[in-house]
Design a protein. Structure first.
Length: 190
Protein backbone atom coordinates (compact mmCIF):
# COMPACT_ATOMS: atom_id res chain seq x y z
CA UNK A 1 0.00 0.00 0.00
CA UNK A 2 2.81 2.43 0.83
CA UNK A 3 4.49 1.61 -2.48
CA UNK A 4 1.38 2.68 -4.41
CA UNK A 5 1.49 6.12 -2.77
CA UNK A 6 5.03 6.56 -4.09
CA UNK A 7 4.90 4.65 -7.38
CA UNK A 8 1.78 6.27 -8.89
CA UNK A 9 3.09 9.86 -8.68
CA UNK A 10 6.46 8.76 -10.06
CA UNK A 11 4.88 6.89 -12.99
CA UNK A 12 2.56 9.85 -13.60
CA UNK A 13 5.56 12.19 -13.71
CA UNK A 14 7.16 9.83 -16.23
CA UNK A 15 4.04 10.00 -18.41
CA UNK A 16 4.07 13.80 -18.13
CA UNK A 17 7.69 13.89 -19.26
CA UNK A 18 6.89 11.49 -22.09
CA UNK A 19 3.98 13.68 -23.18
CA UNK A 20 6.23 16.74 -23.21
CA UNK A 21 8.92 15.00 -25.30
CA UNK A 22 6.86 12.88 -27.74
CA UNK A 23 5.66 15.86 -29.80
CA UNK A 24 9.29 16.54 -30.74
CA UNK A 25 9.03 13.41 -32.91
CA UNK A 26 6.57 15.31 -35.07
CA UNK A 27 9.25 17.92 -35.66
CA UNK A 28 7.26 20.74 -34.06
CA UNK A 29 5.11 20.88 -37.19
CA UNK A 30 1.64 21.61 -35.89
CA UNK A 31 -0.20 19.89 -38.77
CA UNK A 32 1.64 16.60 -38.25
CA UNK A 33 1.14 16.85 -34.48
CA UNK A 34 -2.59 17.35 -35.02
CA UNK A 35 -2.66 14.16 -37.09
CA UNK A 36 -0.56 11.90 -34.84
CA UNK A 37 -1.83 13.13 -31.44
CA UNK A 38 1.41 12.36 -29.55
CA UNK A 39 0.25 13.69 -26.16
CA UNK A 40 -2.88 11.52 -26.06
CA UNK A 41 -1.12 8.17 -25.61
CA UNK A 42 0.75 8.97 -22.36
CA UNK A 43 -2.40 10.48 -20.85
CA UNK A 44 -4.55 7.42 -21.61
CA UNK A 45 -1.84 5.05 -20.36
CA UNK A 46 -1.44 7.16 -17.22
CA UNK A 47 -5.18 6.92 -16.59
CA UNK A 48 -5.20 3.15 -17.11
CA UNK A 49 -2.10 2.46 -15.04
CA UNK A 50 -2.21 5.09 -12.27
CA UNK A 51 -5.92 5.86 -11.95
CA UNK A 52 -8.35 8.48 -13.16
CA UNK A 53 -7.13 11.12 -10.71
CA UNK A 54 -3.60 10.99 -12.09
CA UNK A 55 -4.73 10.59 -15.70
CA UNK A 56 -7.02 13.62 -15.50
CA UNK A 57 -4.42 15.75 -13.68
CA UNK A 58 -1.58 14.86 -16.07
CA UNK A 59 -3.93 15.37 -19.02
CA UNK A 60 -4.86 18.84 -17.84
CA UNK A 61 -1.33 19.93 -16.96
CA UNK A 62 0.50 18.53 -20.02
CA UNK A 63 -0.66 20.84 -22.87
CA UNK A 64 -0.50 23.97 -20.70
CA UNK A 65 3.00 23.10 -19.49
CA UNK A 66 4.12 22.26 -23.02
CA UNK A 67 2.73 25.56 -24.27
CA UNK A 68 4.57 27.50 -21.57
CA UNK A 69 7.86 25.63 -22.06
CA UNK A 70 8.00 25.21 -25.84
CA UNK A 71 5.33 27.51 -27.29
CA UNK A 72 3.40 24.63 -28.86
CA UNK A 73 0.48 24.19 -28.82
CA UNK A 74 -0.46 27.86 -28.70
CA UNK A 75 -1.98 28.67 -25.32
CA UNK A 76 -5.21 30.21 -26.65
CA UNK A 77 -7.32 28.40 -27.75
CA UNK A 78 -5.41 25.17 -28.47
CA UNK A 79 -3.63 24.36 -25.18
CA UNK A 80 -6.63 25.34 -23.09
CA UNK A 81 -9.02 23.20 -25.14
CA UNK A 82 -6.52 20.33 -25.17
CA UNK A 83 -6.17 20.54 -21.38
CA UNK A 84 -9.86 19.78 -20.93
CA UNK A 85 -9.81 17.17 -23.71
CA UNK A 86 -6.82 15.27 -22.30
CA UNK A 87 -8.19 15.46 -18.76
CA UNK A 88 -11.39 13.87 -20.09
CA UNK A 89 -9.35 11.09 -21.75
CA UNK A 90 -7.47 10.31 -18.55
CA UNK A 91 -10.69 10.24 -16.53
CA UNK A 92 -13.04 8.44 -18.93
CA UNK A 93 -10.78 5.58 -19.99
CA UNK A 94 -9.85 4.54 -16.45
CA UNK A 95 -13.29 5.10 -14.97
CA UNK A 96 -14.95 2.92 -17.60
CA UNK A 97 -12.22 0.26 -17.62
CA UNK A 98 -12.06 -0.06 -13.84
CA UNK A 99 -15.84 -0.44 -13.70
CA UNK A 100 -15.99 -2.94 -16.58
CA UNK A 101 -17.21 -6.37 -15.58
CA UNK A 102 -14.33 -8.06 -17.43
CA UNK A 103 -11.04 -6.35 -18.08
CA UNK A 104 -10.11 -7.83 -21.41
CA UNK A 105 -9.01 -6.53 -24.79
CA UNK A 106 -12.58 -6.14 -26.05
CA UNK A 107 -13.48 -4.16 -22.95
CA UNK A 108 -10.32 -2.06 -23.34
CA UNK A 109 -11.25 -1.24 -26.94
CA UNK A 110 -14.76 -0.21 -25.86
CA UNK A 111 -13.36 2.04 -23.14
CA UNK A 112 -10.73 3.46 -25.48
CA UNK A 113 -13.30 4.35 -28.14
CA UNK A 114 -15.66 5.83 -25.53
CA UNK A 115 -12.79 7.91 -24.11
CA UNK A 116 -11.86 9.12 -27.60
CA UNK A 117 -15.43 10.17 -28.34
CA UNK A 118 -15.89 11.75 -24.90
CA UNK A 119 -12.59 13.63 -25.07
CA UNK A 120 -13.33 14.93 -28.53
CA UNK A 121 -16.78 16.07 -27.40
CA UNK A 122 -15.18 17.93 -24.47
CA UNK A 123 -12.68 19.48 -26.89
CA UNK A 124 -15.50 20.62 -29.19
CA UNK A 125 -17.51 22.11 -26.32
CA UNK A 126 -14.43 23.91 -25.00
CA UNK A 127 -13.63 25.28 -28.46
CA UNK A 128 -17.22 26.53 -28.78
CA UNK A 129 -16.94 28.30 -25.44
CA UNK A 130 -13.53 29.81 -26.23
CA UNK A 131 -14.21 30.79 -29.84
CA UNK A 132 -17.96 31.13 -29.93
CA UNK A 133 -20.39 29.30 -32.16
CA UNK A 134 -21.22 30.51 -35.61
CA UNK A 135 -19.73 31.79 -38.83
CA UNK A 136 -16.85 33.65 -37.18
CA UNK A 137 -16.30 31.12 -34.40
CA UNK A 138 -16.22 27.36 -34.11
CA UNK A 139 -18.67 25.40 -36.24
CA UNK A 140 -19.64 21.79 -36.86
CA UNK A 141 -17.33 21.43 -39.87
CA UNK A 142 -14.37 22.66 -37.83
CA UNK A 143 -15.30 20.18 -35.09
CA UNK A 144 -15.46 17.24 -37.53
CA UNK A 145 -12.19 18.21 -39.19
CA UNK A 146 -10.31 18.83 -35.94
CA UNK A 147 -11.73 15.97 -33.91
CA UNK A 148 -11.95 13.16 -36.44
CA UNK A 149 -10.88 13.70 -40.05
CA UNK A 150 -7.45 15.22 -39.41
CA UNK A 151 -6.84 12.87 -36.46
CA UNK A 152 -7.39 9.51 -38.24
CA UNK A 153 -3.66 8.52 -38.21
CA UNK A 154 -3.40 9.28 -34.48
CA UNK A 155 -6.62 7.40 -33.74
CA UNK A 156 -5.27 4.33 -35.55
CA UNK A 157 -1.98 4.57 -33.64
CA UNK A 158 -3.88 4.77 -30.33
CA UNK A 159 -6.11 1.81 -31.22
CA UNK A 160 -3.04 -0.31 -31.97
CA UNK A 161 -0.51 0.90 -29.41
CA UNK A 162 -2.51 1.29 -26.19
CA UNK A 163 -4.05 -2.23 -26.16
CA UNK A 164 -0.68 -3.72 -27.16
CA UNK A 165 1.08 -1.97 -24.27
CA UNK A 166 -1.64 -2.92 -21.78
CA UNK A 167 -1.57 -6.55 -22.94
CA UNK A 168 2.22 -6.64 -22.58
CA UNK A 169 2.00 -5.14 -19.09
CA UNK A 170 -0.63 -7.74 -18.16
CA UNK A 171 1.47 -10.64 -19.47
CA UNK A 172 4.48 -9.47 -17.48
CA UNK A 173 2.26 -8.99 -14.40
CA UNK A 174 3.35 -5.36 -14.05
CA UNK A 175 -0.21 -4.06 -14.47
CA UNK A 176 -2.55 -7.04 -14.21
CA UNK A 177 -6.05 -6.72 -15.58
CA UNK A 178 -8.62 -8.21 -13.21
CA UNK A 179 -10.40 -11.35 -14.36
CA UNK A 180 -8.39 -11.53 -17.59
CA UNK A 181 -6.57 -14.84 -17.19
CA UNK A 182 -9.43 -16.84 -15.71
CA UNK A 183 -12.41 -15.28 -17.41
CA UNK A 184 -11.35 -14.82 -21.02
CA UNK A 185 -14.09 -17.10 -22.26
CA UNK A 186 -16.69 -14.86 -20.58
CA UNK A 187 -15.15 -11.78 -22.16
CA UNK A 188 -15.28 -13.44 -25.57
CA UNK A 189 -19.02 -13.95 -25.18
CA UNK A 190 -19.66 -10.28 -24.45
Amino acid sequence: MKNQKIIRPIISAMFLALGLVLPFLTGQIQHIGNMLLPMHIPVMLCGLICGWQYGAAIGFIMPIMRSMLFGMPHMYPNAIAMAFELAAYGFIIEFLFSHARWQCIKSLYRCLIAAMLGGRAVWGITQCILLGIGADGFGFQAFLAGAFLNAIPGIIIQLVLIPAIMLALDKTHLVPMKNLRHKTEKCESI
